[in-house]
Design a protein around this ligand. Structure first.
Ligand SMILES: C[S@@+](CC[C@H](N)C(=O)[O-])C[C@H]1O[C@@H](n2cnc3c(N)ncnc32)[C@H](O)[C@@H]1O
Length: 549
């Protein structure tokens, strides 16, 4: 088997041309090119020189390029069994699985910081990220740092500039993520508390950017995390990513922003509508919404139309074409109408019409902000197709998808139909019409509900496996929910079975279907008063030789 060199990636990480690196190493540039193209193997001497001049981990570089470091050889000769046992156990550990994802760029992890103070301490971030990589200052959890490290290891500087999630700048150039998020964060309502305002500020790079902040959908993803996941699993422009339970459409919106095409499926017609409105906001003609907002009579007429039966039917009808404005502008206005209905119900401060004005203004602010950033960066947006459908029976071809990213209901932790009842009623879909297809809501009580939940999740994962191309990833973000699960199953909360959260059960189901767990990243849910205190990001990989059914 030809040995694949990782020299090119190392060189690109350091922003060096072939000529510059060959000069640094004192070798012929034609030879370096041949090594990079895997035409000739990298010699030991070349690797030694590379490690020395870029201050990289020599042993790791040697191993990555098919040479056994002498120190390892000595350890094996001295005590072969124990050395092999240690390698084997390392391969089974989380760290090794992590390495399998980042394998091609491992040398970065050996990079030494050049900045030390008098005591020899240095910034440990310098061991993870190459110089010139400006990491988001809002990274404050271990899972974010892990995702950022994986992004940095798997993407070239150019790719990070275009679609990295956790970087603000690369070698002095602002990333597109920075362009989108910088400036005043999403406008919050007049009466919002100082706490909410400060939350919006600290989440500027995480969640309230582009059109992600429109409509407060419960249980939605952090879009920045989704961006990184899409990157880590190697999805690139030209590929298609699928979310079979799209909810408020975070995956589709984020994929579009990254220039990646997507398909989103949800059983709820409201989720479909909301996602289309958020996608439309990325490109709609802002003057149309501006005109509605500035002309008070026009605004009133829109409000009255949306309050009428005819208006309701128009919103629900995917083929409805408004006369004076585009469908995308109409959808944004209608989403603001539905959002403001919720505000009016919860607050005495204003009536529905009063909130409508305020919410639409906020939506337009977010849309304009994104479009301005997009104009300054001028990159291609991806296209998204949304489907009202059942994730257990996808109308998609076998092996047609490059990556699946989704978050299922966490068993029966949240009743999505009750949550969206008024919007579904407005669209003409009473909850009874959907409950037999809604994962997590089937069955009457306890054990039966749990059994049906895992039956449905088996169907969802089987479909994800069927539509995925071989060797590609299905990423599931799921809360453990072990306490609620144990209670429903009547288990002793201290028993081993009770502590087996949803994530372990889904991992076992996926393994049977033909998707093995490559990496699992734990994420704590802070500030939640309920029993579900952690989520897991499961990177499941479809085997490369599996039969496509
Ligand atoms: C946790 S939410 C997804 C949230 C989403 N990741 C986001 O960022 O907004 C789970 C979604 O699964 C959907 N769902 C439940 N059963 C489904 C089914 N059989 N097929 C497709 N979607 C389903 C629900 O309507 C809900 O929107």
């Amino acid at each position: 088997m030809p040995q694949v060199s990782c020299l090119k990636q190392v060189r690109q990480k350091y922003n060096l041309s072939v000529r510059a690196l060959s000069k640094k190493l004192g070798i012929d540039s034609a030879y370096l090119s041949r090594v990079e193209c895997n035409k000739v193997p990298a010699s030991r001497a070349l690797i030694e020189e590379l490690a020395k001049s870029l201050k990289l981990d020599r042993q790791m570089l040697m191993a990555m390029n098919g040479h056994m470091p002498e120190e390892w050889q000595k350890a094996i000769t001295r005590s072969p069994e124990s050395a092999i046992r240690r390698v084997r156990s390392a391969l089974q550990s989380d760290g090794a699985r992590h390495h399998s994802v980042v394998a091609e760029s491992l040398p970065e992890y050996g990079q030494q910081s050049t900045k030390t103070n008098g005591n020899g301490l240095h910034d440990p971030l310098a061991d993870i990220f190459p110089p010139g990589y400006l990491v988001s200052p809002q990274i404050n959890e271990a899972y974010e740092l892990k995702l950022a490290a994986l992004e940095s290891a798997n993407l070239t500087p150019e790719e990070l500039l275009a679609r990295g999630g956790y970087f603000l700048a690369i070698n002095g150039q602002p990333t597109n993520h920075f362009r989108i998020c910088t400036g005043a964060s999403l406008k919050v309502g007049d009466g919002s508390s100082a706490r909410l305002q400060s939350f919006m500020q600290t989440h500027q790079f995480k969640g309230s950017y582009a059109t992600h902040g429109l409509f407060p959908y419960r249980g939605k993803f952090h879009p920045q995390m989704i961006k990184a996941i899409i990157n880590v699993i190697g999805i690139k422009p030209g590929d298609v990513v699928l979310d079979p339970m799209m909810g408020s459409g975070t995956t589709c919106v984020e994929a579009s922003i990254m220039g990646i095409d997507s398909v989103g499926v949800d059983v709820s017609p409201f989720c479909d509508f909301m996602t289309r409105a958020k996608l439309g906001g990325l490109t709609l003609a802002v003057e149309e919404v501006d005109a509605t907002l500035t002309d008070k009579r026009l605004l009133k007429r829109q409000f009255e139309f949306l309050s009428s039966d005819q208006g309701q039917r128009a919103v629900a009808d995917r083929s409805f074409a408004p006369q004076r404005i585009s469908r995308a502008s109409f959808d944004l206005i209608a989403l603001a109408y539905l959002d403001s209905q919720g505000y009016a119900r919860r607050s005495q401060r204003k009536n529905h019409e009063g909130f409508f004005n305020e919410v639409l203004e906020r939506y337009l602010f977010a849309v304009k902000k994104f479009q301005k950033a997009h104009k300054s960066g001028r990159w291609r947006l991806g296209t998204a197709r949304t489907i009202i459908g059942d994730g257990r029976h996808l109308e998609l071809k076998d092996a047609s998808i490059d990556g699946v990213v989704f978050s299922p209901p966490y068993s029966f932790a949240l009743d999505y139909l009750e949550n969206d009842a008024s919007q579904l009623d407005y669209l003409g879909f009473p909850r009874e019409s959907l409950s037999d297809r809604m994962v997590g809501l089937r069955g009457k009580k306890g054990e039966e509900r749990v059994e049906l939940y895992f039956q449905d999740m088996t169907a969802i994962l089987s479909e994800a496996h069927r539509v995925l191309k071989p060797a590609r990833y299905c990423v599931v973000v799921v809360g453990s929910n072990s306490n609620q699960l144990a209670a429903a199953l009547g288990l002793d909360p201290e028993s081993e079975e009770a502590r087996l959260g949803i994530e372990n059960r889904l991992t076992a189901i996926a393994a049977k279907i033909g998707m093995r767990l490559d990496l699992s990243i734990r994420r704590l849910i802070v500030g939640m008063a309920n029993s579900m205190r952690e989520e897991h990001i499961l990177f499941l990989r479809k085997s490369s030789d599996s039969d496509v059914h």
